[in-house]
Design a protein around this ligand. Structure first.
Ligand code: NAD
Length: 342
C-alpha cells in the first residue's frame, strides 16, 4: 500500500488529484488519503483553472479525503508513505527537505527550485533520507517528446542537426497571492513555463556549452515574460522561445517543436506528432493515449514499489536544467551575451 498526501490543491494540484482518483480506481495499492492547502476555498472549488485542455476540470468530492491547512499537521496525524508537492516554487526546497527528513518519498512539481544551490539541498536531503525524490518534469513522460527522445537515441533519422522548441500562452493570473507574477517566488516565465523546454533540451542533448538569451518584461516585478534562447552545442543548432504575455481572448496555450535530423524531421504541432523521413511520405506514429501528468506519477509510484532508481528524471539532471535556466537569465541581463553554463 502506498499512502499519499497531496500538498497544494490549486490549478495544478487539481490535475494531480484527478490522476490519483484514476490511479486508485486502477490500482488498489494506491491510496490518496489526505489533502493539504492553506486556502480552505480550494476544497470547495468546483473546477480548476489550468491552461492545459481537459486537465483539472473534474468535479471533486472532497469529503472522501482528510483535509489539512498545514503540512506539519498532516505529517503529524496521517500515516503516509509519500507526499506530492504541488505548491508554489519558492516552497519546493523547504517542503521537500522537511518531508524527506520525516522519512517520506516526495514527488515535487517542476521547476525543481529557484537556484542550483537550493536544488543541491534537495539532493542532499534525498541522500540523507534514502527515500525517493522526483521532480515533475512532465515532458520526459509526454508521449510525443518521449518519441523524440527515442528518435535522437536510436539514430533512425541520423544525427540531430537543428531543433526549435516553444510554448506560448496567456499570463498566469489567479494563482495563490499571484505568486507567478513575483519573480522572487516563481523565477518568472523563464524559470516557470520555459523550464519545460529547457529541461527538454537538457534531456535530449545534455548541458550546452553556453547560452544566449534575449527577453522582455511585460508585468512589473515578474521578471522575463517573453524570451528567445540559442544554445551552443558542437555541430548543432538549438533554439527555444517562450511567451506568457499573449492575452488575446481566444489565444490558446500551445507547445510545439520541430527537430531536424540528417535524414528527416520530427514535428509536434497542434498536439500531433508527425515524422517526415527525407524523400518519403510522412506518418503519424502510434503513441500512448495518456498524458505526461498521469504517466509521471505512475512511473514514480512504480519506483516506490520496485525500489529501482529514478532513471528518467534523476535529480542531478533536473538540477542541471535549473543551471541552464539561470545562465539564460544572466545572458538576458547582459542583453544576449553568451554565458557559459556553470
Ligand atoms: N507540470 C506542469 O505542466 C505545471 C503546470 C502548472 C503548474 N505547475 C507547477 O505546479 C506548482 C503549483 O502551481 P499552481 O498553478 O497549481 O499554483 P496555484 O497558485 O494555482 O496553486 C498553489 C496552491 O498551493 C497552496 N499553498 C500555498 N502555500 C501553501 C502552503 N504553505 N501549504 C499548503 N498549500 C499551500 C495555495 O493555496 C494554492 O491552492 C508550481 O510549482 C508550478 O510551477 C506545473
Amino acid at each position: 500500500m502506498i499512502r499519499v498526501g497531496l500538498v497544494g490543491v490549486g490549478a495544478m494540484g487539481r490535475g494531480h488529484l484527478e490522476v490519483y482518483i484514476r490511479l486508485m480506481e486502477e490500482d488498489p495499492s494506491i491510496k490518496l488519503t489526505a489533502l493539504c492547502d492553506v486556502d480552505p476555498k480550494r476544497f470547495e472549488a468546483r473546477e480548476g483553472n489550468l491552461n492545459i485542455e481537459g486537465v483539472g476540470k473534474d468535479q471533486i468530492d472532497f469529503s472522501r479525503f482528510h483535509l489539512y491547512a498545514d503540512m506539519d499537521a498532516m505529517l503529524d496525524q496521517e500515516p503516509l508513505d509519500m507526499v506530492d508537492l504541488v505548491i508554489p516554487t519558492y516552497l519546493h526546497a523547504p517542503y521537500a527537505e522537511k518531508a524527506l527528513d520525516r522519512g517520506l518519498h516526495v514527488f515535487c512539481e517542476k521547476p525543481m527550485s529557484l537556484t542550483p544551490e537550493q536544488c543541491q539541498r534537495m539532493i542532499d536531503a534525498r541522500n540523507r533520507s534514502g527515500k525517493l525524490l522526483m521532480i515533475g518534469q512532465c515532458l520526459r513522460f509526454w508521449p510525443a517528446y518521449e518519441k523524440l527522445k527515442e528518435t535522437v537515441e536510436n539514430g533512425s533519422l541520423g544525427k540531430p542537426t537543428a531543433g526549435y522548441y516553444a510554448r506560448y500562452g496567456g499570463t498566469p493570473r489567479g494563482s495563490f497571492e499571484d505568486w507567478y507574477l513575483d519573480e522572487t517566488r516563481s523565477g518568472g516565465c523563464l524559470l516557470d513555463q520555459h523550464i519545460h523546454d529547457v529541461d527538454m533540451v537538457n534531456w535530449l542533448f545534455g548541458l550546452p556549452e553556453a547560452v544566449s538569451t534575449r527577453g522582455v518584461n511585460a508585468n512589473p516585478g515578474a521578471g522575463i515574460d517573453a524570451l528567445s534562447t540559442i544554445y551552443r552545442y558542437p555541430g548543432m543548432s538549438v533554439a527555444t522561445e517562450d511567451d506568457w504575455s499573449l492575452n488575446g481572448k481566444d489565444m490558446k496555450f500551445q507547445m510545439r517543436f520541430r527537430q531536424n535530423f540528417e535524414r528527416g524531421a520530427v514535428v509536434f504541432e497542434d498536439n500531433k506528432l508527425t515524422v517526415y523521413p527525407n524523400g518519403e511520405s510522412s506518418y503519424v506514429p502510434d503513441l500512448p493515449a495518456d498524458n505526461g501528468y498521469y504517466r509521471e506519477l505512475r512511473y514514480f509510484l512504480d519506483r516506490i514499489g520496485d525500489g529501482e532508481p529514478i532513471a528518467t528524471a534523476p535529480l542531478e539532471s533536473t538540477r542541471d536544467t535549473i543551471r541552464i535556466a539561470v545562465a539564460e537569465r544572466e545572458s538576458a541581463r547582459l542583453d544576449g551575451e553568451w554565458v557559459p553554463v556553470k
